[in-house]
Design a protein around this ligand. Structure first.
Ligand code: GDP
Length: 170
């Protein structure tokens, strides 16, 4: 039996932990000083959920987000989006709406499932509390998880819940 393939995207400001999240999920690794210029284009990960073999193609911005806009091909055919902010940098939370606008402008399908991720909760200097994240997610019909790529908290959950919701979308 062939695997069902799915395209997922990571978006959000620079340095919020998108590449780290992807590498933690696909390779189980964490680099405390990830070189931002390296970036990752995309990774494929197989996952079995509810007896279904899935092949996830997960796209990362590879540094393009620094120009605050991503090429339309990046968005093409995307079924799920993970929008990441850093709970210790309020400005990355304040930029969420413009990321959603950017997504809406380029999305090629109307039923994209969105997961909001508040990352770096292991750090002491939090500037965005959990309730703010949850409220934003509710307002924009998004799923929501707080994560720490460092401790692994919430990482698996972020991807799994997104994929489950996509599978449930008719
Ligand atoms: P990107 O630009 O959004 O892809 O962000 P990166 O994945 O390059 O991460 C930026 C920096 O934050 C790197 O030095 C990571 O090691 C660090 N980082 C990512 N996630 C976490 C986390 O959950 N906790 C901590 N303490 N650092 C993190």
């Amino acid at each position: 039996l062939g695997a069902e393939s799915m395209k997922l995207l990571l978006i959000g400001d620079s340095a919020v932990g998108k590449s780290s999240l992807l590498l933690r999920f696909t390779d189980g690794t964490f680099e405390p000083h990830l070189n931002p210029t390296i970036g990752v284009d995309f990774k494929v990960k197989e996952m079995v959920l509810g007896g279904i073999l899935l092949q996830l193609a997960i796209w990362d911005t590879a540094g393009q987000e620094r120009f605050r806009t991503l090429t339309p091909s990046y968005y093409r055919g995307t079924q799920g989006v993970i929008l990441v902010y850093d709970v210790t940098r309020k400005e990355t939370f304040m930029r969420l709406t413009s990321w959603l606008n950017e997504l809406e402008m380029h999305a090629t399908r109307s039923d994209i499932v969105k997961m909001l991720v508040g990352n770096k909760i292991d750090k002491p200097d939090r500037e965005v509390d959990r309730r703010e994240g949850l409220q934003f997610a509710r307002k924009h019909s998004m799923l929501f998880v707080e994560t720490s790529v460092k401790t692994q908290h919430g990482v698996q959950c972020a991807f799994e819940e997104l994929v489950i919701r996509i599978l449930q979308t008719p």
